[in-house]
Design a protein around this ligand. Structure first.
Ligand SMILES: NC(=O)c1ccc[n+]([C@@H]2O[C@H](COP(=O)([O-])OP(=O)(O)OC[C@H]3O[C@@H](n4cnc5c(N)ncnc54)[C@H](OP(=O)(O)O)[C@@H]3O)[C@@H](O)[C@H]2O)c1
Length: 243
């Protein structure tokens, strides 16, 4: 690691929703390595335990909260608890999300569409609803949403996923426009496919070397949250690598 950058986020309180997922844990680890106090939301306790184990000396700056971030009232309570404990939230990264696919649109179960909208769209809304007023009051803040290339290219047999990601991209674009003139910035990153155990399992014949690593995408997210990116608002940055 570049030591000159190792304290970029000291004194920052960073909330990573889905902070124990394949990308989320790389984002959490990267912020911890650069000095942040990190709150990761999770659902599976074992995943948080694994993140905590990997945190090593940063463990004392890591907190986990078992929260369903698609639930607006649970998310509001989470944010209130963070403010009570830490007084501020400087960064929000929403890395919670999920995928469903395989069926053409006319065979998509309405329950699957509902699940995609909850996980990929409503989570971002619930988090923004709770966090943005805090950031505006404290006059400081940065938000990064993890969306997907599918928001733009609408692949076949993934319509519920693509629609939920396109809606999330639109919502975060509007949010970024609303924040112009404030000290709060919002941006998005759009992964295509990246190197996870789940993707390797689903596509065993793919050339994994072409897939970005979660750590590569985490670096872009940290850049967006850094002072160097202070003029970037409303961006939707492709992080496709060679995939
Ligand atoms: N993987 C890819 O190739 C790819 C490509 C394009 C875009 N993306 C997007 O990138 C983001 C991260 O993907 P990933 O591969 O890291 O996914 P992942 O490994 O499945 O991680 C998602 C995380 O979100 C959490 N989560 C799910 N539902 C939640 C809820 N209701 N409340 C709180 N947390 C919840 C999961 O917790 P549990 O594990 O405990 O359920 C997990 O920690 C997602 O938005 C995904 O759509 C991924």
């Amino acid at each position: 690691m570049d030591n000159s950058m190792s304290d970029r986020f000291s004194n920052h309180v960073v909330l990573v929703a889905g902070g124990t997922g394949a990308l989320g844990r790389a984002v959490s680890a990267a912020f911890l390595a650069e000095g942040a106090t990190l709150i990761a939301t999770y659902r599976a306790t074992g995943e948080f335990d694994e993140l905590a184990r990997q945190a090593g000396a940063s463990r004392e700056r890591l907190e986990g909260r078992r929260v369903d971030v698609t639930d607006p009232s649970a998310t509001q309570t989470l944010v209130e608890e963070i403010i009570t404990r830490h007084a501020h939230i400087d960064v929000l990264v929403n890395a919670a999300g999920g995928y469903t696919g395989g069926a053409p649109t006319w065979k998509v179960d309405p329950a699957d569409l509902e699940r995609m909208l909850s996980l990929n769209l409503r989570s971002g809304h619930a988090l923004a609803r709770a966090v943005v007023p805090v950031m505006l009051t404290q006059n400081r803040g940065c938000i990064v949403n993890v969306i997907a290339k599918a928001a733009l290219d609408h692949p076949a047999r993934a319509s519920a996923y693509a629609a939920s990601k396109a809606a999330a991209l639109a919502m975060m674009g509007s949010l970024a426009a609303e924040l112009v003139g404030s000290a709060v910035r919002a941006n998005s990153v759009l992964p295509s496919i990246f190197d996870t155990a789940a993707n390797r399992g689903a596509m065993p014949k793919a050339d994994f070397s072409r897939w970005p690593k979660p750590e590569d995408i985490a670096r872009v997210i940290l850049f967006l949250c850094s002072e160097d990116a202070r003029v970037i608002r409303g961006a939707a940055i492709p992080v496709y690598g060679d995939s």
